[in-house]
Design a protein around this ligand. Sequence first.
Ligand code: ATP
Length: 301
Amino acid sequence: MTQMALHTERLTKYYGDFLALHNLTLAVEPGEIYGFLGPNGAGKTTAIRTLMDEIRPSSGSATMLGLDTHRDSLAIRSFLGYLPADLALYPRLTGTQTLAFFAHLRGGVDQEYLQELTERFQAPLAKRVGEMSTGNRQKIGILQAFMNRPRLLIMDEPSAGLDPLMQRELQDLMREVAGAGTAIFLSSHTLSEVQRVADRVGIIRRGELVAEEAVATLNHGGIRQVDLVLTAVVSPDVFTDLPGVSNLQVNQTRVHLTFSGTMDELLAAVAPYAGIVDITTHEPDLEQIFLTYYAEPVLEA
Ligand code: ATP
C-alpha cells in the first residue's frame, strides 16, 4: 500500500465551546494536489494550524509520511514545506536575508534552485521586507515553502495578493513538483485555482468536510449549462420531466438549465412544442457542479 503523504483521522478542534473543526478525516497521496475549499470561517486555517502542531486538536490525530504531527513534529520539518496564511517576517531584513534565515533553520538549501525560483517569480529580494508590496512579500513566503524541495507542501491561500501572471506561475510550479512526487495540500477559496491545479477537492463548511471528489470526475461528468431560445413558449414540465435537468429557469422563450444528458435527448424533448432559434452550452464551474452533485448536503450544512 502507498504510504499517505498526509492522513488525518477524525481531527476535531473546539475553541472553548465553539466547534471549529469536526471529525476531519482525509488522505493525500504522494504526487497528489488536494484542494481544500471552503468559505471564510469554514475551518481551513484551523485544520492547517492543527496539522502544523501550532494548536492542539481536541481529539483525533494526523500523520505526514507516517509520522505523527505532534510527536514527530521535528522530524517532519525536514521534508515539509509550509506557507501559513499570515507568515510573520522581519520588516527590517531584506528578502535575501530573510530567505538565508529560513535556509539556516532548515540546515541549508540548494542555492541554485532558490535562484531559479527567485527568477521565475521576479522576487525583488534586495528590498527590505517592510518596504515590499503584499504580493512581493507573498513571493518570499512561496520561495521559502518550495526552496527545500519538500515532499509535502501545505499552503494556506498561497495565491493571495499575487497578480494573475504570478498565480499562473505558482500553478505551473505546483504541477511540476507534484509531477516529481510532492504531495500538496492547498487551502483556497478560489474555485478556479483549485479547478486548474488540483487532482482532488474537498469542501469544508462549518468545520465539516461535506464533499470530496476527483476534479477530473467533476470536470468531465458531462454536466453542462444550457441556454435555449425557442420559437414559442413551452411549459416548464417539458424540461422537468427530462432526467438530468436541474436549475431550470424559464423566461418566456428563453430557457436556462443545467443538464447531464445528451443534447439529442434535450432537442427531442423540445421538438414537439417549439423550434430552436439559438442554443449555447458551456461547462459549469466547480461551484455549480458541486451544487448539482451535492445539493442536499450543501443545503443542509
Ligand atoms: P478564512 O478563509 O476566512 O481564513 P477559515 O476557513 O480559515 O477562514 P478558520 O480561521 O479556521 O476559518 O476559522 C474557523 C472558525 O473558528 C471561525 O468561526 C473563527 O471565528 C473561529 N476561530 C478561529 N480561531 C479562533 C480562536 N483562536 N479562538 C476562537 N475562535 C476561533
